[in-house]
Design a protein around this ligand. Sequence first.
Ligand code: IMP
Length: 193
Amino acid sequence: MKLIFATNNIHKVGEIRNALNNEFEIVSLKEAGINRDIPEPHDTLEANATKKSMTIYHLTRQNCFSEDTGLEVDALNGLPGVISARYAGENVSFTQNVEKLLAEMQGKQDRKARFRTVISLIINGEETTFEGICEGTITNQPQGNNGFGYDPVFTPVGEVRTFGQMSMEEKQKYSHRKKAVDQLIQFLKEAKS
Ligand code: IMP
């Protein structure tokens, strides 16, 4: 089965292709010839994921999915959450967002946080959603250069290293995105049988 993945984030495409293990064909927006950024205007991951997948479905009438991910930090009342991509402002770098997060977390004892991914899948015009959560803590300093976004400052429960210090395969053992994708795979397999 071929699915359009409604994203322009090459890191996400890489992780999801790796998680899908070639069982389904993933076509990025660029590969589908769609040159546009889809806005994320809503205040929940769920609503933004639906907006992205429905936008692409209405444009192409093809099976597709989107995902929206946020880093929810307890000591910051769930921020950056749905605004994770633009925490330090519009069009900022991953480094600027990480710097803002560490500044806001300075002196905070409670370092608990989680990545939460919501996937919205559209098959024949019908939506199904999946959620994946990875619990962990925020470090005091960035560690490692692997991955993307907040990976260098997030240590998953059960590890001493950050995602930034792990290979993609190692991150997949804990990853919020992988957990959501595994449910999507299960759903598609059951739908086929
Ligand atoms: P969005 O789902 O494209 O809105 O992503 C929000 C932001 O969360 C991204 O720009 C990244 O900074 C961050 N993010 C999403 N997924 C991950 C991840 O797996 N690791 C680290 N940061 C992530």
